[in-house]
Design a binder for this molecule. Structure first.
Ligand code: GSH
Length: 116
């Protein structure tokens, strides 16, 4: 199971759209940024830059995995679901892709998929 911490903003919607697209089960928890809930210490433990979205994968390989930054979350979900373009087309699959923490956490970009 995945818990998504989010709010009604464009960045908050990105991981929810991805989770629906790849059909991974998740629970959404609202973090009302208009009420400063992003500064709650429990949320800051997940997202130290006090921004939604954040996510916890309770069933991650190797143990529970917490993530923040929408780009890192989208990359993680693409790899986990086997929908990463690298996992499909590159020798070695997902292991050849940058892992969580190997990419700048504020980098929302992604290399374009190689044409097949
Ligand atoms: N680069 C971040 C941006 C996230 C972001 O700006 N989140 C905003 C809402 S869309 C937020 O949580 N703002 C609350 C704050 O800065 O205190 C990402 O892509 O996840």
């Amino acid at each position: 199971m995945i818990t998504l911490y989010t709010w009604k903003t464009p960045n908050g919607r990105k991981p929810a759209i991805m989770l629906e697209e790849v059909s991974l089960a998740y629970t959404a928890r609202g973090v009302d940024i208009s009420a400063d809930e992003q500064f709650d210490p429990a949320f800051l433990a997940l997202s130290p830059n006090n921004k939604i979205p954040a996510m916890v994968d309770h069933d991650a390989a190797g143990g529970e995995q917490a993530l923040f930054e929408s780009g890192a979350i989208l990359t993680y979900l693409a790899t986990k679901s086997g929908r990463s373009c690298g996992a499909r087309t590159r020798p070695g699959g997902a292991r050849k892709r940058p892992g969580v923490g190997e990419r700048s956490p504020s980098d929302p970009g992604c290399a374009p998929c190689p044409s097949s």
